[in-house]
Design a binder for this molecule. Sequence first.
Ligand code: LUZ
Ligand code: MOS
Length: 782
Amino acid sequence: MVRPVTDFESFKCGTMKNIDSATHTRGESIYLDDIPLLNGTLFGCAYPSAVAHGIIKALDVSGALQMEGVVKIFTCKDITGENQIGGIIPDEPLLADGHVHFCGMPIAFVVATTPEIARAAVKKISASIDPLPVITDPREAQRKGELIVPPRVFKMGDTDSAWAACEHVFEGSADTNGQEHLYIETQGAYAVPGENNAIKIYSSTQGPTAVQRAVCKVLGVPMHQVEVDVTRLGGGFGGKEDQANMWAALCGLAAFVLKKPVKYSLDRVEDMAMTGKRHPYSSDFKIGLDKNLQITAYEVTLYQNAGAAADLSPAVLERSLFHSTNSYFIPNTKATAYSCRTNLPPNTAFRGFGGPQGMFVIEAAIAMAAESLGVDACVIQKKNLIQTGDEFPYGQKAASEATACWQKAEQLYDIEKIKKETADFNAGSIVYKKGVALMPVCFGISFTKTPMNQARALVHVYTDGSISISTGAVEMGQGVNTKMLQVAVHVFSVDPSKIRLQTTNTGRIANTSPSAASATADLNGKAVLMACTAILSRLKAVAAEEFKQDADRIEIKNGEVFAAGKSTGCDWNKLVMTAFLKRVSLSEHAHYATPVIHFDLTKEKGHPFAYHVYGTAVLVAKVDCLRGIYEIESVKVVHDFGASMNIAVDKGQIEGGIVQGIGWMTMEELVYDAAGVLRSSALSTYKIPDIYSVPKEIAIHFLDTDKDNLAILHSKAVGEPPLMYGIGAYFALRDAIKKFNPSDVIPFSAPMTPEKVLTALYPVNNKETADAVSSKEKAVYG
Ligand code: LUZ
Ligand code: MOS
């Protein structure tokens, strides 16, 4: 079993505390807003369009400019390089140039001596905009040919001929709404000018290199002139994979032009109004089953609401296709996906990256089949789980843990008993009804764009024996730095207190992929492993010479040097100094690129993922059928961690992911009106899960697989997969509602807010139900 070995008390296998615990609890951890400001720092604030689509006829900044303390107001005319921040496709101006595409699109950037003055000045700016028609619905955009990229189709087998052989065929549609990231730390950047027009950017970004590229493009300077530095983020969830670029570019531009440090830290309302979110999807499906309930054919068409510019939408769309069959093997599949241009803020990465949207549709299709056939959905789900050797529609063969997770969940949580208890409860209860759902998850690990699967690490050992590690990984609360440190301890076998994780900095680590795709610990961890191993082998060679032994008989254990199994009396520090005096390099820069993976875009086939993460969740929901309010009572999970290298960190990821997934499926309701204005733009109108919405019970069983895989020390990626267990919350609620009102037709539309629960419980135009309800009410209230 490959596990980080050590005898240090502070570092027991798998149980090391997050290294940020102490500074977090003392409030000493450094975020963007904690960076001490240089004298003379100026503050920015963006002036956003109030109109979702239109032509700017006039912009009046005169009142703002006259304010005391306002230094300059930037518009697109002041941009020294290109007015362009599009990452995948160059379709996104930094500042509007004559034309606005979404409400919240920055038109001007005020720079003033205080943040208060900058914000007050923004209120004095006015723009006269001739409105153009606004599209908020992706299906309408698709009909009008407003596509970000040409449609993509994934195909396996032949659905056209498969339908005839199906015993049962069902068709329907399913919609999921977007989701606000609501990272606790809002977006922001601080740009500091240096000599010869260099700029240093402190940014709250998951992608330091993405920020560097965007700033360089906007300024018109080479990448070596801009350094990006990140200590940590107060959450990202995908929201800072691409969308930290804008604020960095605005501050960078202002600092470059004014030769003064410039900071912009968004307030919550600015952040919610101006940034993109998880993509809403609208989808059509058709599912066919044989008489044994084997799913033999599945067709799905996905309409992605991309917003006004590409951002990461094409990549998100691709992952929806990859996960359109979730954990199931379906021999005949056809999945078509449209990325539709609308007048919403450009939607972006969000934990799961299109995967959850794709999975919701197949789960809805299975639920429809189950409800129509009068069987339990889990019978269909279980029968169709993908097995090792089965092919995904994109050509990769599964090394499946789907059935292992499912069976373990059945045993461990006694699902039969849960179902029986729920049925008994429902039989004895009029007002409250409970529902159960199982949710299997299968998520591919790797950036779907193969070239992004590379990372580097820079390790220095100093002459006092202390160790410094730099990687491309961004710490955003997910504990990646703790895992990086564990990797180094695993190799060097020294006390963890000797090791320090440095800030993520483009000067030390170049050309980074964003910390995303659940792959950060794997990619950067492997690079750390390689760098540390290289240094260790040089140190062993030094010890071999000193102690006249073969290098492979030298061992460093708990900071002591052993030769042929015997203590040498030499410790780590002494060995390091000896190596230095012998002029041996104590530094290493290592590069890791995931082997094996490839993908052919012309065929839509390949082996895009290093591996998959599997799991199964059992969820129980309880609905108050008078009020429409509900509780997700329990979520019990069997999750395929591989061999977890940090149980506390991984548990934290699972619990957080589940609650975030439940939020997306139940209460978080983004509302844009027909004019494209966000109506749920504050926490008073947009509800996210609080401590009271956390299920009373979240049970997590570690399926300890320890198979040979490409995960770091066999500890599988854990960032995104658990979010999708939350999808089960929707289906558990649906099950409970059906227990109250079995004949009801409930649209597959998430989130299942209390309002939607109420309308499902009491369809307004159904007199029979209304009568039944009032007699139930009488039974309750007498
Ligand atoms: N970001 C990205 C991601 O650029 N490519 C991906 O495949 C991905 N997957 C999940 C989350 N972020
Ligand atoms: Mo992400 S959705 O892994 O930035």
